[in-house]
Design a protein around this ligand. Sequence first.
Ligand code: ADP
Ligand code: MG
Length: 493
Amino acid sequence: MSGVPHPDYEVVIGLEVHAQLRTRSKLFSPAPVSYGLPPNHSVHPVCLALPGVLPVLNRRAVELAIRAAVATHCTVHPHSVFARKNYFYPDLPKGYQISQYEEPIATGGWLDVPVPDGDATRISRVRLHRIHMEEDAGKSIHDPAVVGSDATHVDLNRAGVPLLEIVTEPDLRSPVEAVAYLRTLRSVLRYVEVSDADMERGNFRCDANISLRLHGAEELGTRTELKNLNSFRSIEAAIEAEIERQADVLDSGGRVQQATMAYDPATGRTRVLRLKENADDYRYFPDPDLVPLVIPSDAIEGVRASLPELAEARCERFQVEFGLGEGDARILTESRPLADFFEAAAREHGAGQSVANWILRDLLRALKEREIEVDGSELSPRAFARLIGLVDEGVTTVKAARELVPHLVESGGDPEVLIRERGLEAVSDTDLIGRAVEEVIAEHPADVESYRGGEKKILNFLMGRVMQRTGGKADPGATRALLARRLDGEEGV
Ligand code: ADP
Ligand code: MG
């Protein structure tokens, strides 16, 4: 189970993602979509399948589906059909889910995915098989802490919430590649504001289909499907575990059985939920309550024209326009708020690479510690650019400015005022620095002697002492120069 590679086998993975569309109301009912409501507080006769009610398609959901399809290079079909997918489950009051089956809204796109490969990154093109719209089911709650001993409660807030199902071709070749694809897809869906794509809130969910075959084999091996993976880490671990399991079966001369699997993080193993003999038979048929969805071509072109610049294009532009390295540009464009922040701060400040360094080194850490994105922080691009400018001008030190970043993220404010209020101005007063230098030299005769004897590294130690004496406020460049001059100038005396 230790992720030992099985060199004989080629890994084949296809992913199905369910992403919740960012709409105010449900796919076919006016019930609001909102997170964290008490159970069954967002339901409507349509969600409950009460007799005599009819579904009405949410126009906004269709627009968002088209946006996603266009952003992932899919062909949007002018004619698609909603079908009933029939099955019985306590959290499915209608006894069927409305989905698209034979005629989905979009097919045949692709995403270019940056995949970590040693120290480098390579681009892997992952083809999309289809994108279709469907409604979510409700939720069964088994947690004894919530519902008492062995009861099950049903919450229908989620029933009818609009989802996009995005299905890849079996193009992925490793767990790392699978996760890289998911990150790229999530970034695209957020860029075009189609979905919050937040895994923790369950609005970006993934099923993974996995098979092995001998290298060079044409035919795909028998696959299993891993259900309900809900973090990038568990997805990678689960796929790894399933590859191990299948390889062990094949190595011992057995055959992989087509099955639906679950991953248990506690044991690090996958187990069979149900075998294909009990195959799902959904008896799909077109929903007689809904007419086919017809999308005029000018509507598709309208959406295409309204899309923002996507991460890929922006990453390239940042490299050209601001002279960034590819790695930096990639991180800065992964989320749209961060890319917007960088771009605004870089324009304000003038030196893109310097702003990038400050973001990558200090800002991202401060955001991560608070578990927020840059648009949830109080720091404006303008204030950030000003802070860096104050360091450039020697008004404050790098150290002091770095210490201000978390405060600015949390409470905002004008960096110039904060520096004054907190006494963080760089000390460029040569008398003060000079005095500190003299004191340090006087206190460390042995080190001074070693330095003059050729151990030039001791300069750093003495420098540290001088900075300490000035409370870290001395301008480091000026201080170092003065100290070196003082030490070298007296050589041989
Ligand atoms: P379903 O049976 O779930 O309706 P599909 O046949 O459309 O689905 O395939 C679902 C996913 O499984 C797709 O992402 C597809 O690429 C992938 N897939 C299909 N066959 C294999 C295979 N042999 N190995 C790995 N992935 C596969
Ligand atoms: Mg499936």
